[in-house]
Every structure is written in C-alpha cells, then in structure tokens.
Design a protein around this ligand. Structure first.
Ligand code: NAG
Ligand code: NAG
Ligand code: NAG
Length: 451
C-alpha cells in the first residue's frame, strides 16, 4: 500500500468523521477513534473501503457509517480467530459500542452482503503468509492444501483447520486404492509379553516421518495391552486390525488430538502426511512358563521400530534358573528368525499339506532326470530332508554359528543352565509381505549388522 494512498484515506476518514460529528454533535467524538482505528489497522481492506466509501459518500453519510460498521464487524469476527492480543480488549469493546450506537443505521441487506463478500477475500499478502505458516505448523499438511483450505474458508484459520481434517478423511478414502506397502513394524514388550503391529503407508519417505513413527509406537503399546488369551495358547495370537481400530488411544503429541479412537488417529495422521495410512495387523505372544520374550528388529530407525521382526519365547523348566542366562541366546535367535525365515518350529509340526505339496514338486523335478523309480524315491526323500532344514526352526543352521543347528544350540544351553530350554512360540513379520514382494535382509546382511 503506497504511503500516499494511506495518507489520502486517512484524511478521507477524518473528513467523514468531522462531517458526522456535526450531525451527532458531541456524542460521536467518543466513538470516532474506535471506528477509524480498526479500519486503518486492516490495510488489506483499505483499497476497497476507499472506493466504496467514495461512492457511498455521495449518497450521504448515513449509509457510509453502515459500511464502516460492516467492515468493523467483519474485522472483529475474523480477528477473533487469528489476531494476537495486540489489538486487545479495548479494540473489540470499542467496536461493539460503535455498533450499538449506529445499530439503527445499517444498510439494506443486499448492500451488506455485497460488501461483505467482496471484502472477505481481501487479506493482506503478509497476513496470508502468516496464516499459511500458522496452519501448516498446526497441521503439518502440505502447503498446497493448507492454502486452498484457507482460501476456501475466507482465511478463517479455525474453519480451514476443520476443513483440512474433513478433507483428510476424503483424501484417505480416495487414496485407499493406492497400495500402502511401505511402512514400519512397531514392537512393544515387557518381560513376559510382546506385541508387534504393522502400520503401512505408501512411501519410504512417510515411514521416516516422526509423527508416523510416533503413531506406530503408540499402536504397539495399545496392542500389548490387549488382553488376549495368548498366555494359555501355545502360539502367537493375531489381533485383528478392526478390533484395534475401535480401541481408545491417547497420542501424546503436540500436533495430534489427545484421546480418540485408533481409527480417528490413523485418519488424522493420514491427512497430515498426505498418504494412505493403514493399520494392517497386530500380533501378540507371551510366555506361559518361566522364560523370556526375545525380539530382534531389522533395519531399525529407532528402538521399537523396524522393517522385519523376529520374536520368540524361550522357556526353561526349572523356575530357579535366572532368566539372564536365556537373554543372550534369545536375542540371537530373534536375529536368526529374521535371517532364516523358519516356517515351523519342529519337523512334527510341518503340516501334511506342506509335505505333500513339496513332495509333489520334488517328484516331478526328479522324474525329469529320467532315472529309475527307486532312485527317484531316494532323491525325493533326500531333498525333503533338505527342505526341512530350510523351513524347520530346530533343523536350521544357526545363523550366528553355522557349524551347529538350532536344536544343538538349545541342548548346549540346557546343559549350561542345568534344565531343559525350549522355544515356546515364535513369529517373523516383514513390512509389506504378501502385499508386494520384497527382497530384503539376507542372512549375511543380518549377521554383518550384528557383528
Ligand atoms: C456481525 O458479525 C456477527 C457474527 O459473525 C454476525 O452474526 C452479524 O450478522 C454481523 N453483523 C453485521 C451487521 O454484519
Ligand atoms: C506386561 O504387559 C501386560 C500388558 O500391559 C501386562 O498385563 C503384564 O502384567 C506385563 N507383565 C509384566 C511382567 O510387566
Ligand atoms: C560354533 O559352535 C561350535 C560348537 O558348539 C564351537 O566349537 C565353535 O567355537 C563355535 N564357533 C563360534 C564362532 O562361536
């Protein structure tokens, strides 16, 4: 706003005021300041007020005051939402008083709306930037969305924030067609129980987002607190994402709402990061006997988070064996699970279907060699043994020392602590598995990381 123009407008107002003063005698003097100051404060509207007032002035001072009042009323309303206390109480009080005084002199409704509409888009560029910055700080939404929300709500920051949140829902549902195959696993555990959740997003970039990670860790803690009957069962217990989504969560984070449902929290974070965010699954396991829960997270950006998780329970018969003795082997076995991808704990637990289908494959492969039937059967049995060594936990070569298998590792440990040690339950989970094939974590990589 050029300075000359400001001066011009200022003198213009002074002119009007002195004119009005004549009309209302001394009564007006008290209120003059409270009209002129707010209008001048809001520079953005000056150009408009200026031309409009000029027009209106020719029609008489009566309607001019009406416009002024509208203007004042408007700046007061929007001022509520974002102005700092700099304007202070007296400003608003003054405006209200002015309104009462001239209440009978409001212009016709049509003029009123015209004025208000054309005025509402006039927010100074500096103020716009300020609002954009403020709303972005509050929501972390992309600048583009922040701006359009503000424009749509006539720069009312509260309305814009609501709008963003509402659009977050729209955004999330529109996006659900896009695959969310990236993300993180989050783990929460204590001595006797562990829970892992998989939280998906679309890109690796969002998986590194601090709010996304905060949400993942909070979800893992919720999953840990779920009272499943894991203690009585000999397997890890899946916790359905639908079940988890209905639970209450308190995301203790300055940028997020406090207590809400898991589902709302996820929607809120999705709106912030601008991607489809999904809680895919949860799983829990606990020790039913004297033992430890051990875990290993691969590619971990911070404690409790990772892309691949290996979790197991190690149990010892004698209740007097100190649990520390199991701790080290436990975490090595967690790493082993991540690297070697066991599917079954022992050979007896390999399902008949798995054996049959493997046998079929091996048989048709062997038949291609054109050898006699006897030889083929020998070949198949030999290869089946190899298959067990690949998928059965107890038969696998121990990843930390491949001269032994897991079975002999455990018998060594049992001898050391003086009581039989066994693996109770175990599971392996990887981000995006089944959604999209991922080539990750070869055994050598895991060992290299551990070394
Ligand atoms: C003043 O603002 C209030 C609250 O936004 C509104 O209800 C009222 O109609 C406005 N008055 C005038 C004269 O514009
Ligand atoms: C582990 O956490 C679960 C769920 O919060 C709780 O029920 C259990 O008592 C805890 N166990 C220990 C040993 O702290
Ligand atoms: C591997 O295990 C064998 C048998 O227990 C042991 O003799 C050897 O020292 C171990 N090697 C390493 C590197 O730990």
């Amino acid at each position: 706003m050029p300075l000359t123009r400001c001066c011009c407008i200022l003198s213009f107002f002074v002119g009007i005021c002195s004119l009005l003063r004549k009309r209302y005698k001394k009564r007006f003097r008290v209120y003059r300041f409270s009209i002129v100051v707010p209008v001048i404060l809001d520079f953005s509207g000056l150009a408009l007020s200026y031309s409009y007032l000029g027009m209106a002035f020719s029609k008489g001072a009566k309607s001019t005051i009406g416009f002024l009042l509208n203007r004042v009323n408007h700046s007061m309303c929007s001022g509520h939402s974002y102005c700092s206390l700099a304007h202070g109480e007296p400003y608003i009080a003054g405006v209200i008083q002015t309104r009462n005084l001239f209440a009978s002199q409001l212009p016709s409704p049509s003029l009123h709306t015209t004025f208000k509409r054309s005025f509402s888009v006039e927010v100074a560029a500096s103020e716009q930037m300020n609002l954009i910055r403020l709303l972005r700080e509050r929501t972390s939404a992309p600048i583009k969305d922040v701006k359009s929300a503000l424009v749509d709500s006539n720069w009312d920051i509260e309305a814009a924030q609501k709008d963003l949140r509402r659009r977050g829902v729209v955004l999330a549902s529109k996006k659900s067609s896009r695959t969310a195959a990236e993300g993180l696993l989050a783990l929460a555990q204590n001595e006797s129980k562990a829970a892992v959740v998989e939280l998906n997003c679309e890109t690796d970039f969002v998986a590194r987002n601090e709010i996304f990670q905060h949400l993942a860790l909070s979800l893992a803690r919720i999953a840990l607190s779920v009272d499943s009957s894991a203690e009585q069962l000999s397997t890890a217990v899946p916790i359905g994402s639908e079940y988890l989504e209905c639970l209450k969560i308190n995301l203790d984070h300055p940028k997020l709402s406090g207590e809400t449902t898991v589902q709302n929290a996820i929607t809120e974070v999705a709106a912030m990061v601008g991607e489809n965010v999904k809680l895919r699954r949860g799983i829990q396991l606990s020790t039913s006997a004297h033992g430890v829960v051990s875990s290993y997270l691969h590619t971990s950006p911070q404690p409790g988070l990772g892309r691949v998780a290996g979790v197991l329970t190690l149990e010892v018969e004698d209740n007097n064996v100190p649990l520390d003795a199991l701790q080290e082997v436990g975490s090595q076995l967690g790493m082993h699970i991540v690297a070697s991808k066991p599917l079954f704990l022992s050979r007896e637990l390999v399902s008949n279907e798995a054996i049959e289908s493997e046998r079929e494959i091996l048989k048709s492969q062997a038949e291609l060699s054109g050898k006699p039937q006897m030889a083929i059967e020998k070949m198949v049995e030999g290869r089946l043994r190899k298959y067990f060594e690949e998928v059965v936990f107890m038969e696998q070569r121990f990843v930390v020392n491949d001269t032994i298998n897991v079975k002999s590792l455990l018998s060594d440990l049992s001898r050391k602590v003086g009581s039989p040690v066994k693996i109770g339950q175990f599971f392996r989970m990887e981000v995006g598995e089944g959604i999209q094939r991922l080539e990750t974590s070869s055994a050598s990589e895991v060992v290299a990381q551990a070394a």
